[in-house]
Design a protein around this ligand. Structure first.
Ligand SMILES: Cc1cc2nc3c(=O)[nH]c(=O)nc-3n(C[C@H](O)[C@H](O)[C@H](O)COP(=O)(O)OP(=O)(O)OC[C@H]3O[C@@H](n4cnc5c(N)ncnc54)[C@H](O)[C@@H]3O)c2cc1C
Length: 94
């Protein structure tokens, strides 16, 4: 079973993959445990459990395409990200 980057399951737009790699690792482990309990093929259990994540990634790919195609470009998104980084990474003076 492929998980994380090896499975191509990186989130579009932000290209973050740590959270999805962790989550998918857990799903893979659960599928292995379940196949012993239920006698079902591990691959089909794993693929079934991936479906919600694949739907989200598919939706975000569409948003990414829309951002690329829009007249506004990536500016609104870039500004929001810049503000978020500033708020979370700036060391506060005491
Ligand atoms: C510069 C950069 C910044 C990033 N920033 C973020 C971020 O801020 N937030 C975020 O969520 N994601 C970020 N990502 C993406 C994130 O790092 C990956 O999506 C995530 O680490 C994927 O986890 P993984 O376990 O699938 O793969 P990896 O973390 O790449 O782990 C795979 C491991 O397998 C090892 N390996 C490879 N081949 C073999 C082999 N043949 N035998 C044994 N071992 C092997 C590798 O050395 C590695 O340790 C960033 C990526 C990069 C490159």
């Amino acid at each position: 079973m492929l998980i994380g980057d090896a499975a191509g399951l990186i989130l579009p737009i932000t290209f973050e993959g740590i959270g999805s790699a962790l989550k998918i690792g857990i799903l893979a482990a659960e599928a292995i445990v379940k196949c012993f309990d239920d006698g079902e093929q591990v691959a089909s259990l794993y693929l079934k459990s991936l479906e919600p994540m694949l739907q989200v990634i598919g939706r975000l790919c569409t948003v990414q395409d829309q951002l690329k195609a829009s007249n506004a470009g990536a500016d609104p998104l870039a500004k929001s990200l810049k503000n978020a980084y500033r708020e979370t990474l700036t060391i506060q003076e005491t």
